[in-house]
Design a protein around this ligand. Structure first.
Ligand SMILES: [Fe+2]
Length: 280
């Protein structure tokens, strides 16, 4: 498959932050000594470095990381972990990821979200004799659960969702619950803000720690605060950036990355700096 593009560019991040800060175009233009016209050009993707330099500090975005994104000068290296398979499908005009994790000895598997089409996932399971035991949902936005009924029918596995987004098709659980699958432990962490009951699933027992994050965080961006921008930032800091640096992050959109990479490259988190694993 061709390289999956980063989900957001610098201008998408500025737009998400502006929405999060509830700043009108007029207010942001005034605060950055520019015109609404120039602000809109920037938000449509036209790079204006002096303006980015003025906007960053106002909305606590990292200027260097925004410019790096705008210049397209970094893309994550490939991350592979035995027992982790990513599927990317197309929902309307966007791509969405879902994931399969399995124990190589027992061939017991779990699926995280369904994406828009489970055909390839089902084929992969049949070809490798994997038996799906659980279906876990990161959140209930439709692009992530579009094939839930079909996957439940095909696998016979139960689906689980955070109690804050309970619905008839899945069993609710409280964040903090730990699930077991063979030698693996699957820890559940509440990463709300993008979604009311957004869950990050941290898998222990593969060669490296793996976190299935849904839309809580993307490589170089985040899903944004559809419910609460403040909560989205806070829960990402508390629940994702506190994981070991080598944790593989598996987002609902865009490529895989790691905690260490996001400390260096994600503009929403300026307190983490180059070559530092802790906030400056
Ligand atoms: Fe979402």
């Amino acid at each position: 498959m061709a390289q999956l593009p980063l989900e957001d560019n610098f201008n998408d991040i500025i737009a998400k932050a502006q929405k999060g800060f509830k700043l009108s175009d007029m207010a942001l233009a005034a605060a950055t000594r520019t015109t609404v016209d120039d602000l809109n050009k920037l938000k449509s993707g036209e790079m204006n470095e002096p303006l980015v330099r003025r906007i960053g500090p106002i909305m606590n975005l990292d200027v260097g990381k925004l410019l790096e994104l705008g210049n397209k000068s970094w893309y994550p290296p490939e991350h592979k972990v035995p027992g982790l398979v990513m599927f990317t499908t197309t929902y309307q005009d966007m791509t969405v990821n879902n994931y399969l994790v399995y124990d190589q000895l027992t061939q017991k598997a779990v699926v995280f979200d369904t994406g828009a089409d489970i055909t390839e996932l089902v084929k992969h399971c049949l070809a490798n004799r994997l038996k799906i035991k659980f279906i876990f949902l990161t959140h209930t936005h439709v692009d992530h659960i579009a094939e839930l009924e079909r996957l439940k029918q095909k696998s016979g596995a139960p689906a689980y969702v955070c109690e804050l987004e309970a619905f008839a098709g899945a069993e609710p659980f409280k964040a903090g619950k730990v699930f077991d699958l063979s030698n693996m432990e699957i820890e559940t962490r509440l990463t709300c803000g993008h979604a009311k009951g957004g869950i990050t699933y941290v898998i222990h027992g593969l060669q490296k720690p793996v976190a299935i994050v849904g839309d809580a965080i993307f490589c170089c961006s985040m899903g944004g605060g559809m419910v609460s921008y403040v909560d989205a930032l806070r829960t990402n800091r508390q629940q994702i950036f506190s994981l070991p640096d080598n944790t593989i992050l598996c987002p609902g959109h865009g490529p895989l990355t790691t905690v260490a990479e996001q400390k260096v490259h994600n503009p929403f988190f300026p307190e983490y700096k180059q070559n530092a694993s802790r906030p400056a």
